[in-house]
Design a protein around this ligand. Structure first.
Ligand SMILES: [Zn+2]
Length: 288
């Protein structure tokens, strides 16, 4: 969360030690340090221990959540999480895996940017069950004007904040609302990133971050979860079974509820692991 500030290490350590039922002397003995040093660390808001001592402190704290809080207060990850992340560079450089891992990492970054913008706007960005993309645009100082049935790049930015959004479809056609909403969110994402050029539907590398971010802006995780819960109530129980022919029905139903294009719903459901991975590959006809 953008507003969250890191807790001081000393108080975090004291809290975790007390939750573990350890006295200062117990803890010092377990960590192989002296009582006075540990006591000073607990009372000091600025200092953090050496890496070696921190690892021994974390090992002495029985509750994993408390250990993670202490590690975070020291600006570190717990050793277990660090060990898991250390395999990431290999995943990224591995050609066989990169087809999956690189887009996933790129989307995580776009998702974090989207979350930051949505959090800044708070409740006023959601109307009913949907993100309001006009609010996203206005928050970026944009005044969108929509032209239907016009070819050309999706958005043209003027100096005064007016932005022309070209919807290639006809006014009122079935895909119109999700399409226009997506183009609005995409335009807001460009502006958020400090970009004032859009070439979509021509998709060069410079378009991809704003496309990714738009998908996350329109389907933030809480709304996506709520949509899945509502849709599963409406669909047959069997839809939850990835081997069922009904499992793919969840995607258009979620897309409809959030008023987003189908591919956006499918991608966001997959990114958030709300659809079974294997089911998606079979749905797309992709190789698992
Ligand atoms: Zn664009």
């Amino acid at each position: 969360m953008a507003t969250e500030t890191k807790a001081a290490f000393g108080p975090a350590l004291r809290g975790a030690r007390q939750e573990s039922g350890l006295t200062l002397r117990d803890m010092a003995a377990r960590c192989g340090t002296n009582f006075t040093h540990l006591s000073r660390l607990e009372r000091d808001d600025q200092r953090v221990p050496s890496r070696g001592l921190l690892d021994r402190i974390l090992a002495a704290i029985s509750d994993p959540g408390a250990a993670a809080r202490v590690a975070a207060a020291a600006g570190r990850l717990t050793p277990g999480v660090e060990a898991q992340l250390s395999s990431l560079p290999r995943a990224v450089s591995e050609p066989i895996l990169s087809r999956r891992t690189l887009p996933a990492l790129r989307r995580m970054e776009a998702g974090a940017a989207a979350d930051a913008l949505l959090e800044r706007l708070g409740g006023r960005v959601v109307t009913g069950n949907r993100v309001d993309p006009e609010v996203l645009c206005r928050a970026q100082g944009l005044r969108p004007v929509i032209r239907s049935g016009t070819p050309g790049p999706a958005a043209s930015f003027e100096d005064d904040g007016v932005v022309t959004i070209r919807d290639p479809g006809e006014p009122g056609d079935a895909g119109g609302l999700p399409r226009v909403r997506f183009l609005l969110a995409h335009t807001a994402a460009h502006a958020f990133r400090g970009e004032n050029v859009c070439t979509f539907p021509f998709v060069g590398p410079e378009e991809i971050p704003a496309l990714d971010m738009a998908a996350s802006l329109l389907c933030p995780l809480p709304l996506l979860r709520r949509a899945v819960a509502a849709v599963l109530l409406d669909l047959d129980e069997d839809a939850r079974n990835p081997w069922s022919s009904l499992s793919a029905n969840m995607v258009p139903a979620v897309a409809h509820r959030l008023a987003v294009p189908g591919w956006v719903a499918l991608r966001r459901l997959a990114d958030e692991s709300l659809l079974d991975d294997e089911a998606i590959y079979y749905t797309l006809g992709d190789q698992p």
